[in-house]
Design a protein around this ligand. Structure first.
Ligand SMILES: [Zn+2]
Length: 132
């Protein structure tokens, strides 16, 4: 048996760097946590397994950030949205490669790894973004 990677945000980002979007699934109640957490907020179990989830989803809501924190100033204005993935999970992320006039609630977006513009302050900011 291989050792199971710890269910931490750091490990989550390590998987992202490998191009995999991974969530933790509670072995007791089946709840899926994305990003993973060490304790199930539904049944308080600490028994999890990693599952890979699809990075395809649709835009639920978004805002345009005009005044950004210092480290993101170079990227502003930029869009940040909540995307509902195919498995029903909702995750926040920056939306890139699209003009803001083209942003539409319900549009299809795909999680992108590795090619996103972001400051190199790992793991302060997720190394992923959404693109059409
Ligand atoms: Zn649980």
């Amino acid at each position: 048996m291989s050792t199971v990677e710890p269910f931490t945000i750091e490990q989550f980002y390590k998987f992202l760097q490998q191009g995999k979007l991974m969530a933790s699934k509670c072995q007791k109640c089946g709840k899926i946590h994305l990003p993973p957490r060490p304790l199930c907020d539904n049944c308080y179990s600490q028994q999890f397994s990693w599952i890979q989830v699809s990075g395809k989803g649709k835009l639920v809501t978004y805002t345009i950030i005009n005044v950004a924190p210092a480290q993101f100033q170079a990227l502003a204005p930029y869009a940040v949205g909540i995307v509902e993935l195919e498995n029903g999970q909702k995750i926040p992320g920056m939306i890139q490669d699209i003009a803001r006039e083209q942003l539409k609630i319900g549009m299809a977006l795909t999680l992108d790894f590795g090619t996103c513009s972001a400051p190199q302050q790992w793991p302060a900011w997720p190394r992923y973004c959404f693109k059409p």
